[in-house]
Ligand binder design. Structure first.
Ligand SMILES: [Ca+2]
Ligand SMILES: [Ca+2]
Length: 858
């Protein structure tokens, strides 16, 4: 029983809120973010705005979480009073009286020691790849490091099972609210320790952390949480400290070098006097021997766009912290690299600016040359084999060591990353090119060719954040992390797909059934993926539901489609404003595809004919309208489709009049606000039996005993019932806060509901009388989606997930008389989105944030 996505998400979500990095600079010139002023023209600008990222993701999350509970509902107005949740204190205001209760004084259910919910497994999500590395970390085989919303080390087995070799999330933080799916690994740098022979990982994070992980086990060697480095897109450097000494760490926007041995600060560079902020930072071989240097770029605050008079500083330090030189390059630095241009073994500093210039400086800071690469901002610079390559105006331009222009290669879009790369026959340069919103390409360039120097291109439906080149099964491979939440690996010589790995994004729906000999869990995500896994989280198969870059999967059901075994039926946005519903067999083979005239938000099944399997029913939405579509379960053919409501929608199907066929209850939300929503009952043939339009917000529906029962957001949250015959009101029971989820409990002729006040209640379906009311959540979380687990030889139990935004959550199992029988051991990350019984009622699967967790109940 789940609420559909609200109208604002994601179809009507503003395009510039697309998560996370494929964002045009315009979004950042909105005045929200101070960082933009330092970075007016960088094409990879958004990738570098940690401050912006933080705010941005909060925004994104809020949109996402609306499915579970509307933000701003923390104060819940009602007829009887106002319940305000503020920290650990609850203010209960009734009439003129204000009663203050400590949260700990509220009754909270206690788990029964005889029963338990135990961890079975998790299908882990890591979100978008921000930082990629390929490095052997121990053990056998090649490995890929995925730095996203967490860290995953992937090997050959990971491609078969989806299980990382090891992984890290922030879930073990002691601070509530840091749930792990709103934090990012921003850079990954392998560190080989000659003393132990071990390769570890130095990582920076969006939480101002530097963390050193043991590469073999993932154990944290050390962590510091005050390293203010803004290194999105993998911009950390290691600086040699001389023979026998561990290297130092420097990273962009930082001026401090940290020890790789223990994370301690070693030295801090002084930014030039005036209103300058540090930006680019990179290690550089500026002198002979084992003590190289670090080059910093600092920019003045010139406001948006920079302007021709705006200038910054380039300045260099020795690796042990002594100031070497400083220059004012003119223009505002938009990219900087160091590398040997002249062939003498020492590094030149090459910087691009917002006026299209590229300048090269000697290891001692003298200007060698300054040339024009284009009219617009220089988006990327690379140094390789005595040449300088610069990206500007959608071209890559090559210069020789003296700054003479050699050639210009059109790239079809903005180059967001350009690096030297050993691609074998593929060439020597690899570029990420942004083609359109959510479409980019990985492009191999061979500088030695004479006509079109692009040897291959590989398209990604997302923005490429980072890429790296390494070896996989003895062959060169390029792996890219992108905001489609997939790690794309292509063979470096041909550009053909080597493999991909689903980093995974927001879970949107969970369903479960025994398919073949497996207790399988199907789930969908907001990027359009449909995944079948076992209870341990081992991936059996995954498919992409979508047909273009707008694809999103919203819901999944397991249904009888007239074959020997049930099918996985998933639905969502199919692109170009249309919706798609697709059935797969137990091995992932596509059985049929159905289409709807809008994004399909939610699925159920309904018996519409006397014989044959139940039809597949979906709520679909197009613009500000929504409706119901019925599909033949054998073929996917549309049986009927009615656009009858305003946006959004909730759905339930059951035989309300006792004739053996199912009626379909439908409710849409008042949208825009103050526009009436629709509440209707449809006959099996899709005709409207009755329909009313009012301002009541119905979060979920169910049908029982000739009544349509729903959770209402009005009257401070109530559960109400109307007659299925004519829609006439039957009963209404106030619960004092939003009743976000509800599920039928046929064994008690009741409906179990969960509330934003953290309660689970069971109401009689005929009268609305409350038979129990149990508080399960003692902190700021709310009670989330719930389901009924059948128990062999006895009453079923109710499983409910807490659902507290970024607060970490648990799963509870309650008896039908409201006793808490068991509580899950694991704190999940993020918010509970959907639950499904597994193993014939022996367990429960919970979609929460980026991951799907599985528990067994005994
Ligand atoms: Ca040189
Ligand atoms: Ca009926």
């Amino acid at each position: 029983m789940r609420e559909a996505w609200p109208p604002c998400f994601p179809r009507e979500r503003p395009r510039d809120l697309d998560p996370p990095l494929g964002v045009p600079g315009a979004f950042y010139s909105s005045g929200l973010f101070p960082w933009r002023r330092m970075l007016p023209c960088r094409p990879e600008l958004s990738a570098r705005m940690v401050g912006a990222q933080g705010q941005y993701f909060v925004l994104f999350f809020l949109l996402c979480s609306e499915r579970v509970h509307d933000q701003g509902d923390s104060a819940m107005k009602g007829r009887a009073g106002v319940l305000i949740l503020a920290g650990r204190t609850t203010l209960l205001r009734t009439g003129a009286a204000l009663v203050v209760l400590a949260a700990s004084a509220l009754p909270v259910g206690r788990a029964d020691a005889a029963a338990a919910l135990t961890d079975v497994g998790v299908y882990e999500g890591f979100g978008e790849g921000f930082a990629m590395a390929m490095v052997p970390l121990g053990g056998t085989g090649d490995q890929v490091v995925l730095g996203g919303r967490g860290l995953a080390v992937l090997d050959d087995n990971s491609l078969k099972t989806h299980k990382p070799r090891w992984s890290y999330h922030w879930g073990d933080f002691a601070v509530r609210g840091q749930g792990g799916d709103n934090q990012w690994i921003t850079a990954v740098e392998p560190l080989r320790d000659p003393a132990t022979g071990r390769t570890d990982l130095i990582t920076s994070t969006s939480e101002n952390e530097l963390i050193r992980f043991d590469g073999r086990t993932g154990r944290i060697v050390w962590r510091r949480n005050d390293a203010f480095l803004y290194t999105f897109g993998d911009r950390l450097s290691l600086v040699s400290q001389g023979e026998g000494k561990p290297p130092a760490i420097v990273g962009e926007y930082g001026t401090t070098a940290y020890s790789t041995a223990d994370g301690s600060p070693l030295w801090t560079a002084t930014v030039p006097d005036g209103d300058f902020a540090p930006g680019w930072v990179t290690a550089a071989q500026l002198s002979r021997g084992t003590n190289p240097g670090v080059v910093f770029a600092a920019e003045s605050d010139c406001g948006p766009g920079g302007g021709p008079d705006c200038t910054g500083h380039l300045f260099a330090y020795s690796g042990d912290g002594k100031r070497l030189w400083e220059v004012k390059p003119g223009g505002q630095t938009t990219f900087m690299v160091t590398g040997d241009v002249t062939g003498d073994g020492l590094a030149e500093t090459v910087a691009g600016d917002n006026q299209g210039h590229v300048a090269a400086y000697s290891p001692t800071g003298e200007l060698l040359w300054r040339v024009q690469a284009g009219e617009g901002s220089v988006g990327a610079v690379a140094v390789q084999g005595g040449r300088v390559y610069a990206a500007a105006d959608d071209n890559v331009v090559a210069f020789d060591a003296a700054g003479k222009r050699l050639w210009s290669q059109p790239m079809e879009g903005q180059v967001t990353k350009l690096e030297p790369a050993d691609l074998g026959k593929g060439g020597k340069l690899l570029a990420a090119v942004s083609i359109a919103n959510r479409v980019s390409r990985l492009v191999a360039v061979d500088p030695e060719r004479t006509d079109d120097r692009r040897t291959w291109q590989s398209t990604v439906y997302g923005r490429i954040n980072d890429f790296t080149v390494g070896t996989w099964h003895g062959r060169r491979v390029a792996t890219a992390g992108a905001d489609d939440a997939v790690v794309h690996a292509v063979w470096a010589d041909s550009g053909e797909t080597a493999f991909d790995y689903l980093g995974h994004s927001w879970v949107t729906g969970v369903a479960s059934a025994r398919i073949g000999r497996t207790d399988a869990i199907a789930h969908t995500d907001v990027q359009g993926h449909v995944v079948l896994s076992d209870e341990r989280g081992t991936e059996l198969w995954r498919r992409w539901l979508g047909g273009d870059d707008e694809a999103a999967a919203r819901d999944v059901a397991i249904a009888d489609v007239g074959r020997d075994e049930p099918a996985v039926v998933a639905a969502g946005a199919g692109g170009q404003g249309g919706g798609v519903v697709r059935a797969y067999d137990g091995r992932g083979a596509e059985l049929w595809t159905g289409r709807a005239d809008g994004d399909i938000l939610e699925l159920t099944t309904a018996k519409l004919t006397a014989s044959g399997p139940k039809a597949i029913i979906g709520v679909f939405q197009r613009g500000g309208s929504s409706g119901v579509a019925a599909f033949d379960a054998r073929t996917g053919a549309t049986l009927w489709e009615h656009l009858i409501g305003s946006a959004g929608g909730a759905l339930a199907a059951a035989d309300a009049d006792g004739d053996g066929l199912d009626e379909i209850a439908f409710a849409s939300k008042p949208y825009p606000p103050d526009t009436p929503g629709t509440f209707a009952l449809l006959s099996p043939s899709g005709d409207v039996r009755w329909k009313k339009e009012d301002g009541e917000i119905r979060d979920w529906l169910t049908v029982s005993g000739g009544a349509v029962i729903y959770g209402s957001r009005s009257n401070s949250g109530s559960v109400a019932a109307v007659s299925a015959a004519d829609g006439a009101p039957r009963w209404r029971t106030g619960l004092g806060s939003k009743v976000g989820f509800g599920v039928l409990v046929p064994q008690r002729s009741g409906v179990a509901v969960s509330t934003d006040a953290g309660e689970v209640a069971l109401l009689d379906a005929a009268t609305g009388r409350i038979s129990f009311r149990t508080r399960i959540v003692s902190e700021a979380a709310i009670a989330g989606p719930l389901t009924v687990l059948p128990q062999a030889g006895g009453d079923p139990v109710i499983a409910v997930s807490e659902s507290g935004g970024r607060n970490r959550t648990k799963v509870h199992v309650l008896s039908l008389d409201g006793r808490v029988l068991a509580t899950s051991p694991r704190f999940q990350q993020g918010h509970g989105i959907d639950v499904a019984p597994t193993g014939g009622g022996a367990g429960v699967a919970v979609g929460a944030g980026l991951s799907v967790y599985s528990y067994r109940y005994r």
